[in-house]
Design a protein around this ligand. Sequence first.
Ligand code: DAT
Ligand code: MG
Length: 140
Amino acid sequence: MSKKEITFIMVKPDAVSDGHSGAILKRIEEEGFKIKGVKMIRISLEQAKKFYEVHSARPFYGELTEFMASGPSVVACLERENAVAHWRKVIGATDPAEAEANTIRKLYARSKGENAVHGSDSPENGVIETAFFFSGSELV
Ligand code: DAT
Ligand code: MG
């Protein structure tokens, strides 16, 4: 039996602005995730730069961090068996043009840069990224 795991996810500013937050939260519940914490926030440019520091040498870093600070995002911590891998499967490839049918990015993303949602890439980062945006008392 595999153990429950947490992942950190975001509904990015494009999907919030395009009115997809509700559909994405519904999909989260349909996929069997427990929502341990959720809130809408406007990420600052400083937070975006720190969150995506691993990509700081990439040519799209400026565009990415400015986009993430451009409007409200929904941030959440989700729990499930294999939460990290399952969420990555549900969201699909980074570029919506390459994402499988019915994945969140295929359904809702605008482009590779404005791609609707984030998901942690490992269980370790699920914990680290959750702690970046949530205090203990904000998680159930
Ligand atoms: P993912 O979000 O699928 O984990 P990633 O970690 O490689 O993808 O990149 C983080 C974000 O950076 C991604 O969601 C969108 C943006 N990004 C990645 N590659 C890009 C590119 N070639 N052009 C523009 N934005 C890009
Ligand atoms: Mg990533």
